[in-house]
Write a protein of this length. Structure first.
Length: 292
């Protein structure tokens, strides 16, 4: 970047006109005719520039960006116990809709939380790309949200039969459970088949106190539990557990606030501690559409 000069004076060509300077050149000894013509050309051009400021001749190619005065949301931290109590009271409400209970529950939770702890959630739109509120849920609270998310993913059925044309498996979506340890979320899914009952366990390594991973998570190639069920239905069970975890996080973050374009916030990170999962919310970034 070219810095602009602080002085705003002219070019300092002096008060003498180019005619006087040309007369002086004509009287100089030792200059060839070519040198004199060259100097005459320079003086005529310089005369045309009199009164111009140096900064008028400067092109700034990369101006400094404007400072970002809008930062991340910093609000009062919510106690996991308070979130769990609010969630429990909403789920026991007789007004639960028959379909899409997950978004109804999370929206009702945030409405109650705004009244109970107003400083915990953003009151104004969260700037583009900036962080919103931190939303902690206990193992019990996450279990309840996962169950609602799994039922929605199972076409609003509490239990659903999977059939691949040869094998069948009864999956109890509404009985899914969550266990939280440092950097780890374990999802347990009860299943049934001819002559067996089992609980399949899917562990997800997520972010922890000392290892931030955003929404990146890892799991094993097969669930723990019945070996035959894991061999036949392992990928589908992992997909259900992962989908329920992401859906619950998206619904919770989306209900906590909006961005300037009135879009719901999204989760930007999951941080697991013993007995608690923190969903960090964020406003979406704007992306330019690719030209065809």
């Amino acid at each position: 970047m070219v810095r602009r000069p602080t002085r705003r004076s002219g070019l300092g060509l002096g008060s003498a006109s180019s005619g006087t300077r040309l007369l002086d050149i004509g009287n100089m000894v030792g200059l060839s005719r070519t040198d004199k013509k060259r100097l005459e050309r320079i003086l005529r051009e310089a005369e045309r520039l009199r009164g111009l400021r140096p900064e008028d001749l400067i092109i700034v190619r990369d101006p400094e960006p404007a400072p970002d005065i809008l930062g991340d949301f910093v609000g009062k931290l919510v106690k996991p116990k308070d979130m769990s109590e609010i969630l429990g009271s909403v789920i026991q409400s007789p007004n639960l809709p028959k379909a899409n209970q997950l978004d109804f529950v999370t929206s009702s939770m945030m409405d109650i939380l705004r009244k109970k702890v107003p400083q915990s959630l953003p009151k104004t739109p969260v700037p583009i790309g900036k962080k919103g509120a931190d939303l902690p849920v206990t193992s019990k609270g996450l279990t309840q949200l996962l169950q609602l998310a799994a039922v929605r993913l199972s076409e609003e059925q509490e239990s659903v039969v999977w059939d691949d044309g040869i094998n069948q498996l009864l999956v109890h979506a509404s009985r899914m459970r969550a266990t939280l340890t440092d950097g780890m979320v374990r999802v347990d899914i009860p299943v049934e088949a001819d002559g067996l009952r089992a609980t399949m366990q899917i562990p997800f390594a997520v972010g922890g106190e000392e290892r931030l991973t955003g929404l990146v998570m890892a799991t094993t190639d097969r669930p723990a539990g019945n070996a035959l069920v894991a061999q036949v239905w392992g990928s589908s069970l992992i997909a259900l557990a992962h989908g329920a975890l992401i859906s619950a996080s998206e619904s919770l973050a989306g209900a906590s606030g909006r961005d300037p374009q009135n879009r719901r916030l999204i989760p930007r990170a999951l941080v697991a501690r013993r007995g608690m999962l923190v969903v960090e919310s964020q406003a979406r970034f704007n992306f330019k559409e690719a030209r065809p």
